[in-house]
Design a protein around this ligand. Structure first.
Ligand code: FAD
Ligand code: 2HG
Ligand code: ZN
Length: 470
């Protein structure tokens, strides 16, 4: 690649939109977990869909691969270029306009580079609610959320990102613009192409904008931190609550003692809600668009005779401050794990009813086979999604712990398979799980995925080596 080609790109986009000096590109070339580091020809920062079209045209002409990047908070290395130095990182941060909010349609259209927290805020300013909520919402972008089909803490009620999207605008590898932006609630005119792009992790197109579904703003909320007798009790309580509070149940998060203890040890600002330690905790939240006494509803549900048998202790948040404290305790767990040393991460799901048996089996296996680590298996229990993570013991050497990763991964993923679960519940495949997908997905699914990829991206310029082997 000669300097002339890069100069052409600068002419197309303007000098300040093409970064190539090491000091300017550094943060784009490494993932947030610091598992992947790549090199790139340059990082480009388009301001409009038309500029994305120009970049894709340039890439086709020069046979340069594109790595789309949002907030770079992904867990699987999907936004990190390879080590060749020949790929182009296309970062969407400057495409951050809220194009329209329609309170009447309960919809909004936003550019891909809008940070998720900004999307939530714009919806709230219009008296509406956008329910996608993740620990990374201050940095991840809506385009990245679509590209990974992100989950988070409200999936139980509202679904994954795919369920929150009405339409997508994207630039395809041939340079054409697919404009599926629309606030229509019903549209059965052929294949749902937007849905195909959601979850495609930058391997089929650059998502440039999306029309999102909005909901009424919540006016009543109740939040409880609950200690339960076991994971089995947690799932029984989930069933009871769903029948008693119905669709008001947003979040049902599971935390084992190891997660609560780790978070409290690593952050002085965090406090254990209880005086005595318990083995298993839940963070439960219900909300309603109406004015209702939800504290009373939740309290009644948690103190019924059948619920009392499952619950050891419970605290209802009596203020917004206490509610935030419960949520901080939950959302600081990933960072606490990072601060505490090495950790191995497995984002898996099983059917909700199988979660206790799965957890028991993983726990037993880790205790018996990973003496230098301990299980910190927490997450979105209401969706059957556990972050089945293993932290390094403080006195264990890091290198030895990490060296065991391939064997640990194989056993954890085999267990997931035996339970009929998924080896990637919400974080995607990226470059991290390409071989795992090949191993566990059905040949029919893989072949269809390869054919779709080849049809849409015959030159293989969209994020090669991610999701599927290039
Ligand atoms: P990036 O990391 O930049 O990119 C992710 C993938 O999407 C890459 O393959 C990239 O090429 C592609 N991509 C990005 N933008 C575009 C675009 N516009 N067009 C095409 N492709 C694109 N995830 C969850 O699902 N649930 C959680 O609860 C959750 N909690 C988290 C908590 C923390 C503290 C952190 C650090 C991460 C968490 N994540 C969670 C993971 C991550 O935030 C999500 O995967 C998020 O959706 C990634 O968005 P991003 O903008 O950072 O994307
Ligand atoms: C969460 O639910 C995120 O907190 C991160 O998905 C999980 O760090 C992890 O393993
Ligand atoms: Zn999660």
């Amino acid at each position: 690649m000669g300097n002339g080609a890069l100069a052409e790109l600068r002419t197309l986009l303007g000098n300040d939109s093409v970064l190539s000096a090491d000091a300017d590109t550094e943060t784009y070339l490494i993932d947030q977990l610091r598992n992947y580091r790549g090199r790139a020809l340059a990082v480009v920062l388009p301001r409009s869909t038309e500029q994305v079209v120009a970049i894709v045209g340039w890439c086709r002409e020069h046979r340069v691969a594109i790595v789309p990047q949002g907030g770079n908070t992904g867990y699987c290395g999907g936004a990190t270029p390879d080590e060749s130095g020949r790929e182009l990182v296309l970062a969407l941060q400057r495409m951050n306009r809220v194009r329209a909010v329609s309170a009447a349609d309960f919809s909004m259209t936003v550019e891909a580079g809008c940070v998720l927290a900004r999307v939530q805020q714009a919806a709230a300013e219009a008296g509406r609610f956008f329910p996608l909520s993740l620990g990374s919402q201050g940095s991840c972008q809506i385009g990245g959320n679509l590209a990974t089909n992100a989950g988070g803490v409200n999936v139980l009620r509202y679904g994954m990102t795919r369920d929150l999207v009405l339409g997508v605008e994207a630039v395809l590898p041939d340079g054409s613009i697919y404009n599926g932006l629309s606030a229509l609630r019903k549209d059965n005119t052929g294949y749902n192409l937007g849905s195909l792009l959601i979850g495609s992790e930058g391997t089929l197109a650059v998502i440039t904008a999306a029309t999102l579904k909005l909901w009424p703003q919540m006016r009543s909320t109740a939040t409880a931190f609950v200690a339960v007798t076991s994971a089995q009790a947690a799932i029984e309580l989930l069933g009871m609550l769903r029948t008693q509070v119905g669709d008001r149940l947003n979040s049902f998060e599971y935390l084992p003692r190891s997660a609560v203890q780790l978070a409290c040890e690593q952050f002085d600002s965090l406090q254990d809600p209880f005086e005595s330690p318990y083995d298993s905790y839940l963070l439960i939240e219900i909300s309603s668009a109406g004015l209702e006494d939800l504290d009373d509803l939740l309290q009644t549900a948690l103190t019924s005779d059948s619920a009392s048998e499952l619950i050891l202790d419970a605290v209802l948040a009596t203020s917004e401050r206490q509610r935030q404290a419960f949520w901080h305790l939950r959302e600081k767990v990933p960072e606490a794990q990072r601060r505490a040393g090495g950790s191995l991460k497995y984002d898996v799901s099983v059917q909700v009813s199988q979660l206790p048996a799965f957890l028991a089996q993983v726990s037993e296996w880790v205790t018996a086979n990973v003496p230098d680590g301990f299980l910190v298996c927490y997450g979105h229990a209401g969706d059957g999604n556990l972050h089945c993570n293993i932290s390094q013991r403080p006195d264990a050497p890091l290198a030895g712990f990490l060296a065991r990763e391939p064997a640990i991964k194989r056993r954890v993923h085999d267990m997931v398979k035996e339970f009929g679960g998924s080896i990637s519940a919400e974080h995607g495949i990226g470059q991290q799980k390409v071989e795992e997908l090949e191993r566990y997905a059905s040949p029919v699914k893989l072949e269809l995925m390869r054919r779709l990829k080849h049809t849409i991206d015959p030159l293989g310029i969209m994020n090669p080596g991610k999701v599927l082997r290039s």
